[in-house]
Design a protein around this ligand. Structure first.
Ligand code: MIC
Ligand code: SF4
Length: 652
């Protein structure tokens, strides 16, 4: 039987297990990336594990989320990261050089390689045929130490593209269409593999917009085959020699198929406040817009900003609207500046920003109260922009530019005298590389830690009893932005868990952290897709620090579920009736001897609430059970190392 492209790359990197859906596999990781807000923990854990050098072909540390350095704590984090990259042998990308996914795709992403990154949008280079997966920081640490990465073999879904995009429909509309059809949990446990005759019409950067935002579907990864478009893009990056042709076999079998006819697509928009609340732009036309932002790792490339510049050339941003362009990389800014487009945009009324994540997580350009903000980003979870009750819409750069011109949501097909800009790649990506420091150019060889950089929190070995209050009962689709928001006031404590934990779940209930800390243990209850969104392991670390021992949810998002194991919190699945019956404030007891049950492979646990008993399920591999029993991945990895098999390549 033929293989899918996903299977081919996995097979090439397989060190443990078999490629059977649902089975745990261990794969070798070629490249890792980390960024400033998850990276400090990555390196602190690297240090705590006693590792002394990165073992992957490429390890890259980017500084991208908080580049304005509003507080010395941010700058101290960056200085620590530079020192860690220098000491342990990673590339270091200076603050302002760009968003990790953009800089990585420009410099390192390559067909057929595997990439693990401590950021949920790591799958971006899937558009170049790289199998890229987002994970919690400690999983990246361990992979960087040379050990395999373990996941459940996902289903591989064939997304068959037919036809060609009509004028004004873009790659962003392809992924918005998938979100409209599948929802934010439609991709959980799946890798989306794009095939079909429509693929060849999409340039590599367009493909990367699609693979980037596959994360919003909850997908493990998204990948395109490679072809002339891939080779062409790599050649323009002066990396043509890294091209490898990769296609699925003709008789490959997929677990499912979705067909998207590109020629049926039209400009789409995700309404507040979930990326799957997608409708045609024409349905919400006329809504007044106070702010437009073009940028982010989804649409911050040179090829995304150029159409905006062309649409604004000789025109003006509407007087009631503020337009901000925040490129994904300094390379994009530099090239657009050299070609005169930055000046053109500035003359039209654009506020041109440094290359940063910034506004995407509410750092800068927070919308005014009661106003509409249109962004080319990938997430619009409520409050993420920095103000509660925000109205953030997600759309393509072309739709954003149309709104900037008209001051209201506008279907760009209805613009007078504005030509569809189309997609244009530069002859060569010739931005300078000054801000990417190679391991050979390292400036430090010792770690430099500022006063805000704390220790990695540890939990004791799993005990026999779990009993305590339900401190919070939450609805479906609780995001990691609810659990640990990433706005500036909170983000600056990412390296200081004691302080950061004070903000845990504050967006749901600001009395939670205090209550949990003062209680002796306790649990959380949630609906479907608990922990969707980012990879931040702090969303498990902080509840652990506050004493939370188990989360009872109807289902979990993939990365967050792994993070719960990694920090010794038992993730138990409950059915809808059980969810309905349990209330906040109830006393819950797990009747089984928890340590015994976890280590013996028991799947069903009895949960007692008052006089009632319910069943909760622990669906976990042997390895995950061992991690839980040890009190988390750091303790487990140290145990393994003492036993001789720690963060080192698997035996076989
Ligand atoms: C995000 O888009 O939510 C982030 C901020 O990039 C996170 C990483 C983080 O929380 O540091 C992600 O996507 O993993
Ligand atoms: Fe940065 Fe936003 Fe992309 Fe996350 S989604 S990496 S915050 S630009």
């Amino acid at each position: 039987m033929g293989q899918t492209l996903t299977e081919k790359i996995l097979d090439d990197h397989l060190v443990e297990g078999e490629l059977e859906t649902g089975e745990e596999i261990g794969i070798e990781i070629d490249q890792v990336l980390t960024q400033d807000t998850t990276g400090t923990m990555v390196w602190l854990q690297f240090e705590a594990m006693g590792l002394d050098e990165v073992q992957t072909e490429i390890a890259a540390q980017y500084c991208d989320h908080q580049t304005y350095q509003f507080d010395f704590k941010n700058t101290d984090d960056h200085r620590f990261l530079r020192s860690a990259a220098g000491k342990y042998g990673a590339y270091f990308s200076r603050p302002g050089n760009g968003i990790c996914h953009n800089v990585h795709r420009e410099n390192f992403a390559a067909p057929g390689k595997t990439l693990l990154g401590s950021d949920s949008h790591t799958p971006t280079p899937g558009g170049l045929g790289e199998l890229a997966i987002g994970a919690g920081g400690i999983d990246v640490t361990v992979a960087m130490g040379g050990a395999p990465y373990y996941i459940e073999m996902p289903e591989v879904v064939n997304v068959r593209l037919e036809g060609e995009l009509p004028e004004w429909a873009t790659a962003k509309d392809v992924i918005l269409e998938l979100l409209r059809r599948l929802s934010v949990k439609g991709g959980v446990g799946k890798i989306l593999e794009y095939t079909g005759p429509g693929v060849e019409s999409l340039t590599a950067p367009e493909r990367m917009t699609i693979t980037n935002m596959g994360t919003e579907l909850g997908a493990t990864s998204s990948i395109f085959p490679t072809d002339e478009q891939t080779e062409d893009y790599l050649e323009r990056l002066d990396r043509g020699d890294e091209y490898v042709e990769l296609q699925p076999d003709d008789d490959a079998e997929y677990d499912d198929e979705i067909v998207v006819d590109l020629s049926d697509l039209e400009p789409l928009i995700a309404q507040p406040s979930m990326p799957d609340k997608v409708v045609p732009v024409s349905e919400v036309e006329g809504e007044s817009v106070e702010q437009v932002i073009v940028g982010s790792c989804t649409n911050g490339g040179y090829e995304d900003i150029l159409p905006v510049a062309k649409m604004l050339e000789g025109r003006e941003v509407n007087k009631k609207t503020e337009a901000i362009v925040a490129p994904g990389s300094k390379q994009a800014s530099e090239m657009l500046a050299r070609e005169g487009w930055v000046a053109e945009m500035m003359a039209a009324g654009v506020n041109f920003s440094e290359a940063t994540c910034g506004a995407c997580i509410g750092i800068g350009h927070v919308p005014a109260s009661d106003s509409v903000s249109l962004r080319t980003f990938n997430r619009n979870f409520e409050g993420r922009s920095g103000i509660e009750d925000d109205n953030v819409y997600l759309c393509s750069p072309e739709v954003a530019a149309a709104a900037a011109i008209e001051g209201e949501i506008t279907d760009p097909r209805n613009l007078d005298d504005v030509e569809a800009p189309g997609v244009e790649l530069p002859d060569e990506y010739d931005g300078s590389k000054t801000d990417l420091i190679t391991p050979e150019e390292a400036v430090d060889d010792e770690l430099v830690k500022g006063p805000n950089i704390g220790d990695v929190p540890l939990r004791d070995e799993l005990g026999s009893d779990i009993a305590g209050e339900v401190h919070l009962k939450m609805e479906d689709n609780i995001t990691t932005d609810h659990i640990i928001p990433a706005t500036q006031d909170i983000l600056m404590y990412r390296s200081n868990i004691e302080k950061l934990s004070e903000f845990t779940l504050s967006r749901v209930d600001d009395t939670f952290a205090e209550r949990a800390k003062n209680a002796d243990g306790g649990v959380l209850v949630a609906g479907e897709n608990y922990g969707q969104g980012s990879s931040r392991e702090h969303a498990a670390m902080c509840p652990m620090y506050l004493g939370i021992e188990a989360v009872l949810a109807q289902s979990f998002a993939r990365i967050h579920r792994a993070n719960l194991f990694n920090f010794g919190i038992v993730p138990l699945t409950i059915d809808e009736d059980t969810y309905e019956d349990i209330d906040q404030g109830d006393e819950v007891e797990i009747v089984d001897d928890v340590y015994e049950a976890v280590t013996s492979g028991q799947e069903e646990f009895t949960v007692r609430v008052g006089d009632e008993e319910y069943t909760a399920t622990l669906d976990a591999s042997e390895r995950e059970r061992d991690i839980l029993a040890a009190g988390g991945k750091l303790a487990w990895t140290k145990e393994q190392a003492e036993g001789g098999s720690g963060a080192a390549p698997a035996d076989d």
